[in-house]
Design a protein around this ligand. Structure first.
Ligand code: ADP
Ligand code: ZN
Length: 518
């Protein structure tokens, strides 16, 4: 039975009768129309923007079964479960099906009973499935999370590359690629890898008005995280992103000690552990997931009230996608990015040392620098991040940290000279801890051991406290005047950038930390 598929239904009708929504949102209608006409389409919308309906609706309107390629089993199962509840005949074909489920699925497939089939890319290209599909009418082929084709992206999946061949296998079926990754390079990659040069491209605004952005220098990580969770999590969920597996375990344990329900998620968990965690996360209980970026695609709990980054992401694209997991229900949600100067210096250093091809390194460096600039901006943070994606927000958002509390700036010329001299005079061998001790004239063990108290710079910054000097050091790192000089956290000068600052030739506007303002 091909049921509703034979009755060329109107998209709006399907939207209302099956999905229960009164109208399309934003670019959905145009994207749906393009596919209805049989054109290829590329849809770029932020997470939560409503990409799924862009292919689900035309798949149900057009004749034939819709094929959806999706990279994650959890994601597929979710979508299928949701669709089934709406009465849509949907199924997912992937490696974790039980034997009997698999038999039933093939049965449905052979007898033409499915409206929508979700499949992983590596499954799709098996001869047996291709064979069956070629004998079917397909309404469309949707390629979800299409940025996975791009080697520039942060979620590259080699098996997505193989999707280049679907054009040959199904030349007459319209294709619709969807992603929340906004940069133009990824966009171009998707179009060329999938041979979709003629596709209509739909780019939604990435501005999410319900996301309140905030970034703070890391001063007391634990206190800052707990404070943010207490303020913003409410009865919803929270995601805390960390840079490493070990850290996720440690932070989760720490939060549990403080009374939160906190679980760690990272790529090292077994599939069973992952599923169990996802189930709990989706159950709706107030829960904090402390995760690496492996916790990502398919996280569609609507009431994630806050996303916190304990380590600076490598690019604005990744960052925006991660914070995009907050507030999918449209309610006010907060994001907090904690960052530190040493981590910036380290990220730059390792990129410099990397064996990656020069062209790739330059792209990654560009992204890292945009990310660093984003943390230290004194202007509207929402404008700054949207600008990374080529989107100009005409006026400041009015609700990010910088809009609410414009950071005070001061002339840091003299402070910069003192710090840079201290770095230079101490032989570019020490990290921020020793440098601040030298500046403040503190007789610490390393100061004594290396006889740093005999230097002329010892005590030139007695008038200021430890955290104040750290703030200056951090901003000089962000400006590129100070960099990591070795693997052990020692800081050195970046000669070209530091020289005019040392000579006092350029103004050095520095930002007074707003860290403890909220
Ligand atoms: P994405 O895949 O872009 O992250 P989804 O397709 O999951 O986003 O949609 C996000 C949420 O918005 C879902 O809860 C969905 O039901 C809802 N939604 C999408 N389109 C509409 C619409 N036209 N009207 C009302 N709600 C919608
Ligand atoms: Zn703003």
């Amino acid at each position: 039975m091909e049921g509703r598929l034979t009755t060329a239904a109107e998209p709006l009708d399907i939207l209302q009768k099956i999905f229960g929504f009164s109208s399309f949102r934003g670019l959905q209608e145009d994207a749906v129309s393009a596919v209805m006409r049989g054109e290829d389409a590329l849809v770029l919308m932020p997470t939560g923007g409503g990409k799924s309906l862009c292919y689900q609706v035309p798949a149900l309107c057009r004749f034939g079964m819709g094929l959806v390629i999706s990279p994650l089993i959890a994601l597929m199962d979710d979508q299928v479960a949701g669709l089934k509840q709406l009465g849509v005949k949907a199924a997912a074909l992937h490696s974790e099906l039980e034997a009997d489920e698999r038999v039933r699925l093939w049965e449905q497939l052979r007898s033409n009973q499915l409206d929508l089939l979700y499949v992983s890319p590596e499954r799709l290209l098996t001869p047996s499935l291709l064979d069956v599909l070629k004998g079917r009418s397909l309404s469309l082929i949707a390629i979800d999370e299409a940025h996975c084709v791009s080697a520039w992206g942060h979620e590259f999946r080699p098996e997505y590359r193989e999707l280049a061949t679907i054009k040959e296998h199904f030349p007459d079926v319209p294709r619709i690629a969807l992603t929340a990754t906004a940069d133009t390079r990824t966009r171009d990659d998707i179009l060329s890898v999938l041979h979709m040069e003629k596709a209509r491209v739909f780019v939604a605004s990435f501005h999410r008005t319900n996301l309140f952005l905030q970034a703070q220098p890391k001063l007391s990580e634990t206190r800052q995280v707990i404070d943010a969770l207490e303020r913003h999590m409410g009865q919803g969920a929270a995601i805390v992103y960390c840079g490493s597996r070990r850290r996720t375990e440690r932070v989760a344990a720490l939060l549990r000690e403080k009374g939160f329900t906190a679980l760690a998620f990272h790529a090292g968990l077994s599939p069973i552990e992952k599923r169990a965690l996802l189930l709990r996360f989706r159950s709706g209980e107030p829960i904090v997931v402390v995760a690496t970026i492996a916790f990502g695609m398919g996280i569609d709990r609507p009431d994630v009230r806050t996303v916190i980054h304990l380590d600076m992401p490598a690019s604005p694209e990744g960052y925006y996608q991660q914070i995009g997991r907050a507030g999918r229900d449209g309610e006010l949600s907060h994001t907090l990015l904690l960052y530190g100067g040493e981590a910036m210096a380290r990220a730059r250093y390792w990129l410099e040392q990397s064996q990656a091809p020069e062209s790739e390194k330059r792209v990654m460096q560009g992204r890292l620098e945009s990310m660093i600039a984003l943390t230290e901006t004194t202007g509207c943070r929402t404008q700054a991040i949207l600008a990374c994606f080529g989107e100009m927000l005409p006026s400041p958002c009015g609700h990010c940290d910088n809009c609410l509390h414009p950071p005070a700036t001061f002339d840091g010329k003299e402070a910069a000279q003192k710090v840079l001299s201290a770095v230079y005079r101490t032989g570019e061998r020490f990290g921020a801890l020793v440098l601040t001790a030298v500046l403040r004239g503190k007789m610490t063990e390393p100061v004594e051991r290396h006889a740093l108290h005999k230097l002329s710079v010892f005590g030139i910054g007695r008038d200021r406290g430890e955290s104040w000097w750290r703030m200056v050091i951090r901003q000089l790192i962000a400006r590129g005047a100070i960099r990591l000089s070795g693997e052990h956290g020692s800081l050195g000068l970046h000669r070209e950038t530091a020289r005019p600052l040392l000579r006092g030739e350029v103004p050095v506007p520095l930002m007074e930390d707003a860290s403890f303002k909220t």
